[in-house]
Design a protein around this ligand. Structure first.
Ligand code: SAH
Length: 390
């Protein structure tokens, strides 16, 4: 078996449990080092650290699959890992929909599996996990007897790994327009053409957090995608809800979702650029009881972090101005590049510019089916804040 020996200085982080070995941390490799090769990793003085898959094309040379020398990486391994992930998510109460596998946080680096009741959507984002796709599909079939499995590997990061962008069925073909249940509501999910895996499960717990503030409220939601927060707001007793998204397709789906839940008279949607209309509407003096913002990441790279900061600040400033005195701002950020502390600092800057005071109601992360591993910062990526705007 291929052996990877680390440099003397750097092994502490990896010894403490971090699952990545960067190429510049490696002293030497003994044996074949092709994309997908399973290698054993050792400290400079030959202490065993774990086994993982390699990709010499990537800056991350090895990603750990196990820390146990006795564990073999084979079909059974994937069956066991998926079973463990499912046991954990079920224990936390996720019975129908959940992120079954959240990559590194479920000890399966670069693998994403979303479970939408009987349907599964997979992303294999590194070469070393991509080669195990048949084993992963087999394990899903064995554990769940799914009605369908689909791969949404149409994501640019795969190209860094030398992988093509593809999507398609990994089971017998099925109707990829499905309906899921969440918090007593129903939502259409377009597995094939929706954003990411079709649905943002990471906000599923946070959607419940708006319950009390929405009662009897006029609600504005920007970046609403298929209307999930808006429809929750309607369900929780809002007088009126207006959801905005730049994507026509998302807005069409949001309208269908409102109808599906009998909330079409309360929840309205428009396809517009939120940056533009929020600016105009605050100049016009429009006011809402609740403003909800869940914008996209704005940047994917650390070099462009300033772009993300500017984007978040700008949109929160505009959103805050639209909140009535004593109303609520619900705001989220989905990029791990903006850490929780920085996010609150950005909101604080926006509040100063808007000359408003904030009273924190709750500050949360992503839903618990997307575990946060301490010491693995990028697993804590979603920030979700509710503040009263005074
Ligand atoms: N809150 C949603 C997820 C939002 S994802 C949910 O829980 O399902 C971010 C959304 O912002 C995407 O749907 C994207 O189409 C939209 N978006 C991106 N730029 C936008 C802009 N300038 N104006 C309005 N919507 C935008």
């Amino acid at each position: 078996m291929t052996k990877v020996f680390l440099n003397k200085k750097i092994s502490r982080r990896i010894e403490n449990g971090h699952p990545w070995v960067f190429a510049n941390e490696v002293n030497r490799v003994e044996g074949p080092a092709e994309g997908g090769t399973i290698a054993e990793v050792y400290t400079h003085d030959s202490k065993f650290l774990g086994k993982g898959y390699m990709n010499p094309l990537s800056q991350i040379l090895v990603r750990f699959l196990t820390r146990s020398k006795n564990e073999t990486i084979d079909e059974e391994f994937f069956y066991n890992r998926l079973s463990e992930a499912w046991a954990y998510k079920s224990k936390l109460g996720y019975t129908e929909n959940c992120r079954l596998v959240f990559g590194e946080a479920d000890y399966l680096p670069a693998l994403i599996i979303d479970k939408f009741n009987d349907y599964f959507v997979i992303q294999t984002l590194a070469l070393g996990i991509d080669v195990w796709k048949p084993a992963i599909v087999k394990a899903l079939e064995r554990i769940f007897k799914p009605k369908g499995i689909y791969e949404r590997n149409d994501v640019p990061v795969r190209e860094l790994e030398g992988l093509p962008q593809i999507k398609g069925f990994l089971s017998e073909p099925f109707d990829t327009n499905i309906i899921i249940r969440e918090n007593g509501l129903q939502f259409h999910v377009d597995i094939e053409n929706g954003q990411k895996t079709g649905y943002f499960l990471d906000q599923q717990d946070n959607r419940r957090a708006i319950e009390h503030i929405c009662n009897d409220a006029d609600v504005l939601e920007a970046f609403c995608y298929t209307g999930t927060f808006s429809i929750h707001a309607g369900h929780y007793g809002a007088k009126s809800v207006l959801g905005l998204d730049i994507s026509e397709k998302a807005v069409t789906q949001a309208k269908r979702n409102a109808e599906l839940n009998g909330l079409q008279d309360v929840c309205k949607f428009q396809a517009v650029n939120a940056f533009d209309v929020l600016k105009v509407w605050s100049k016009e003096g429009r006011q809402y009881d609740v403003v909800i913002l869940d914008p996209p990441a704005f940047t994917k790279s650390r070099e462009n972090i300033q772009k993300a900061i500017t984007g978040y600040k700008e949109i929160n400033l505009r959103g805050m101005k639209l909140v009535k005195k004593g109303g609520f701002l619900v705001t989220a950020s989905c990029t791990n590049l903006v850490q929780p502390q920085l996010f609150t600092e950005i909101i604080e800057m926006a509040a100063k510019d808007a000359r408003r005071n904030l009273r924190q109601v709750t500050y949360r992360a992503q839903a618990s089916d997307h575990p946060i591993i301490w010491g693995m910062e990028n697993t804590h990526y979603l920030k979700f804040l509710i503040v009263q705007v005074l």
